[in-house]
Design a protein around this ligand. Structure first.
Ligand SMILES: *[C@@H]1O[C@H](CO)[C@@H](O)[C@H](O)[C@H]1NC(C)=O
Ligand SMILES: *[C@@H]1O[C@H](CO)[C@@H](O)[C@H](O)[C@H]1NC(C)=O
Ligand SMILES: *[C@@H]1O[C@H](CO)[C@@H](O)[C@H](O)[C@H]1NC(C)=O
Ligand SMILES: *[C@@H]1O[C@H](CO)[C@@H](O)[C@H](O)[C@H]1NC(C)=O
Ligand SMILES: *[C@@H]1O[C@H](CO)[C@@H](O)[C@H](O)[C@H]1NC(C)=O
Ligand SMILES: *[C@@H]1O[C@H](CO)[C@@H](O)[C@H](O)[C@H]1NC(C)=O
Length: 224
């Protein structure tokens, strides 16, 4: 009886890595609109596939992002891995993560912050055909969420694109050491790189915690 009850509860509410918010393509789209993401990023969001973003944890477990779900800041410290549900073709793919709410959702003068940008991802993992594997270094290494202490929660949005022929050249201008990760404009970058609208995406909400900085650190050119 107890076992049955546990099973039922898991089925109803999902597990921690679970299915409550933002699971299923229609639900992901709904969450994007509910959080004004297409408007704020100046993109169209009509995904073909589901992008799964999974954060490894220091204790060896992992946490998957469900669109619109809040994660603890300390659950998002380590660089995530990415996979696709659905048919996206062979690739290569580009993944970009931005925060449009910096330094706060009410004052977006530092937005967007580019938290990750990498190309040359493909589905070439013999053990897991859904796993996106990169064959070259990221342009912008993963930067963990760091909302300032006084800020409301931020949206951290991951988008998946088919890699365009112009992507590598456009990405190379961003590896210029004078390019900070702040004040990035995703839709301008998409235009410059010839990237079509994203084919997948998801997002998480992360707020400050006791370890959060009081002020935004000034943009350092050395940050890639
Ligand atoms: C890892 O920590 C999380 C909480 O931070 C906990 O829910 C989970 O059960 C832990 N996993 C392992 C394998 O210890
Ligand atoms: C993560 O942070 C929360 C509060 O923000 C805290 O309760 C929890 O213990 C922390 N977990 C780890 C593994 O540090
Ligand atoms: C908005 O944020 C910037 C960058 O942190 C800061 O310099 C500015 O004073 C803030 N503006 C307001 C109105 O709070
Ligand atoms: C894939 O990207 C990560 C993060 O930039 C990097 O550490 C790793 O070396 C890359 N893999 C290859 C094969 O370049
Ligand atoms: C993608 O890989 C090709 C070689 O396969 C390389 O020439 C190009 O610089 C890479 N682009 C990026 C953005 O890493
Ligand atoms: C980003 O670029 C788009 C055009 O692609 C423009 O409409 C928008 O105002 C720009 N955002 C900022 C903050 O400059």
């Amino acid at each position: 009886m107890l076992l049955h009850l546990t099973y039922l509860l898991v089925a109803l509410f999902g597990t921690h890595t679970g299915k409550a918010a933002g699971h299923g393509l229609a639900e992901v789209v709904d969450q994007f609109h509910r959080h004004n993401i297409p408007e704020d990023l100046h993109i169209d969001f009509n995904p073909l596939v589901q992008l799964q973003v999974t954060f490894p944890q220091v204790n060896g477990s992992s946490i998957s992002v469900d669109a619109g779900r809040q994660l603890e800041k300390n659950e998002t410290l380590l660089s995530p891995y990415y996979s696709i549900d659905g048919h996206a073709g062979p690739g290569p793919f580009v993944i970009i993560c931005v925060d449009p709410d910096a330094p706060t959702p009410q004052n977006r003068t530092l937005s967007e912050v580019r938290h990750f940008m990498g190309g040359n991802f493909s589905l070439t993992d013999a053990r897991d055909p859904h796993h996106l594997v990169n064959t070259t270094e990221a342009t912008t290494y993963y930067h963990e969420p760091r909302p300032i202490r006084s800020s409301a929660i931020h949206r951290y949005i991951f988008l998946l694109y088919k890699q365009s022929s112009g992507y590598t050249a456009a990405a190379q201008t961003l590896t210029n050491p004078n390019y900070a990760i702040v004040r990035f404009n995703l839709s301008s970058f998409m235009n410059a790189a010839g990237l079509d609208q994203p084919i997948g995406g998801t997002f998480m909400l992360v707020g400050p915690d006791a370890s959060s900085p009081l002020k935004s650190t000034p943009p350092t050119p050395a940050l890639r």
